[in-house]
Structure formats: C-alpha cells, structure tokens
Write a protein that binds this ligand. Structure first.
Ligand code: SAM
Length: 209
C-alpha cells in the first residue's frame, strides 16, 4: 500500500510514510472487509460513513506540515484510522465524532492497540474543541459547505487547517495557514469527494443512521 499508493503518487514526507507503515489499517476495518483493507479505496465503516482512501489519509496528513510533537485536532473520527496515523507524528491528538456508535468503536480499537495519546469527544465538530485550543494543526475529514470560521479561530499562529470545502457532491481540499490574529492564507490542494460535514457550521443535521 505505502509503496504503490502513497510513495508512487508523490507523498515524500518521511514522518508521514513512517506513520502509514506503523499503523495497521486492517484493525480499523470491519471483519468482512479485511481482505480489502489495503486496497486503493475508501471503505464503508457503518452508519453510512467511510474510512478514507489510504492515499487521501497520507496526502491530508502531509498537508498539515507536521514536524513532530504537535497538538492536533481532527474533526470526523470515523474508524479512528486517521487519528491513529496522526498520533504517530503528533504528541497529542484530539478528535471529534458526531456519531456515538462510531466514536465508541474507534475508542475500543485505539485503546486495545496502544494508541494512548488520542482523546475522543462525541459532539458537533464544527464547534471545534475550545477548551483545548489553540491547535498547531486541524484536519476536517468531512466535506464542509464553507470554511468554518469557528474552527479557523482555534488555530495557533502559523497553524494549518486542512478542510474539504464545496458542494454536497464535490469539494476542493484547502489548506489554510493562520499568519496572524486575523490573517489567513488559503491554498487549493486538489478536488476530492467526502461525506458531508453536518452540524451548526456544516450541512444541516440529519438523524443518525
Ligand atoms: N477520519 C475517518 C477515518 O479515519 O476513518 C474518516 C471520516 S469519515 C470520511 C467522516 C466522519 O465525519 C464520519 O464518521 C461522520 O460521522 C463525521 N462527521 C460528520 N459531521 C461531523 C461533525 N459535525 N462533527 C464530528 N464528526 C462529524
């Protein structure tokens, strides 16, 4: 997976490659899909949600420009795989999931596999995690209708936010760097397709499946 899907497509950050090698993806995939855990696709994780394609996990992690030792927030815990990859680079990972069933499953997998620097909260990630802000890096793993200002405000100075923004069906993956108290630089990275970010500053909430 790492050779053919990650390195061959240009991911070169040694910390990201090492983290991808150290986190066994099959742990985060349902038993019936385990033979597909290392394939080049997102996979269903229940509740209409997905674990992202390995390449997308690597690309978004690289886009955070981590040097090691940071405090990172992820919004959209899902299976817990992305948080696990981040936890092998950052010193502390905070992750928010709106679906309590997915959050519980992720917690159990992370705990039983020694991922001890990850805190999970069940709730609306579009509000961020104010008590723990500021963060050196924030990653949103669901598609937002617009850049979420509340989340942007929880970045440290020089902090990086990676977030897919666009329509329900297609988004642009953006990186936003906080240059000063009210100064942000925005870059477009690539077009992508994520499940919707629901919540107060996202798409309208729907009942959980
Ligand atoms: N990062 C995940 C992984 O490694 O498996 C994949 C995330 S999945 C593509 C998107 C997740 O975002 C879903 O689990 C969904 O329930 C969650 N989500 C959507 N809106 C949210 C919100 N406002 N707050 C927290 N989680 C949210």
């Amino acid at each position: 997976m790492v050779e053919r899907q990650i390195k061959a497509r240009g991911i070169s950050d040694a910390l990201v490659i090492d983290a991808m090698l150290r986190v066994p993806r099959h742990l985060f995939v349902e038993e019936a899909l385990q033979n597909q855990a290392y394939t080049d696709f997102p996979l269903p994780i229940g509740a209409g949600q997905t674990i992202s394609q390995p390449y997308m996990v690597a690309l978004m992690t690289e886009a955070l420009l981590l040097a090691g030792g940071e405090k990172v927030l992820e919004i959209g815990t899902g299976s817990g795989y992305q948080a696990a990859v981040l936890s092998r680079i950052a010193s502390q990972v905070f992750t928010i999931e709106r679906n309590p069933v997915l959050a519980r499953k992720a917690r159990a997998i992370l705990d039983s596999n020694g991922f001890s620097n990850i805190s999970i909260r069940v709730g609306d990630g579009t509000l961020g995690w104010r008590e723990e802000a500021p963060f050196d890096a924030i990653m949103v793993t669901a598609g937002a209708p617009a850049v979420v200002e509340e989340i942007q405000r929880q970045l440290a100075i020089n902090g990086r936010l990676v977030i897919p923004v666009g329509s329900f069906k297609e988004q642009m993956l953006k990186r936003i760097i906080r240059l000063g108290a009210a100064e942000f630089r925005e870059e477009n990275l690539l077009s992508c397709r994520f499940v919707p970010l629901r919540g107060r500053h996202g798409w309208q909430d729907t009942p959980l499946r």
